[in-house]
Write a protein that binds this ligand. Structure first.
Ligand code: ATP
Length: 132
């Protein structure tokens, strides 16, 4: 079975380096399933889970946006923040979710603070989902 080298990198350093049979990411244009030999591309990612498949097992990584760069044998994900499930502090994410929800109730949808709270809420929900 052909495989892909996958790297997930953040400003704090590498989060994951490994070899996988398939990588699925949620780009802004939609879900992208990447197999070895994929055509080269760069795409912006949503706040979402990256799914890494190998030998019948699936691993998940939480990413807070960023970009995926695909080459035939290499997938590089550059994200502002990325966590493996074991690294996620669920209590922290639940607190971030509550804070964001309170802010969304206090601000107007066109406010910059409202937009920031929406993104914070998405990051928190994504982390809670992936840690489960
Ligand atoms: P918080 O309000 O809790 O800081 P946030 O969504 O604003 O959440 P980010 O700015 O996305 O946090 O991330 C800042 C750093 O903290 C990153 O290194 C990220 O990996 C880490 N981080 C954020 N939330 C969690 C969490 N629940 N568990 C583990 N690491 C986290």
């Amino acid at each position: 079975m052909k495989t892909l080298n996958v790297s997930v990198v953040t400003p704090d350093g590498p989060v994951l380096d490994g070899t996988y049979e398939m990588v699925s990411v949620r780009a802004e244009s939609g879900e992208l399933g990447i197999l070895p030999g994929h055509i080269p591309l760069v795409a912006p990612l949503t706040i979402s889970a990256v799914r890494l498949k190998n030998e019948g097992q699936t691993e998940h990584i939480a990413v807070s946006g960023g970009f995926v760069e695909v080459r035939p044998e290499q997938v590089t994900i550059l994200a502002q923040a990325a966590e493996q499930p074991s690294e996620i502090d669920v209590d922290r994410a639940k607190q971030a979710k509550e804070r964001a929800e309170q802010r969304l109730n206090q601000t107007k949808s066109e406010d910059i603070d409202h937009k920031r709270a929406e993104l914070a809420l998405q990051r928190a929900i994504n982390r809670i989902d992936i840690s489960e």
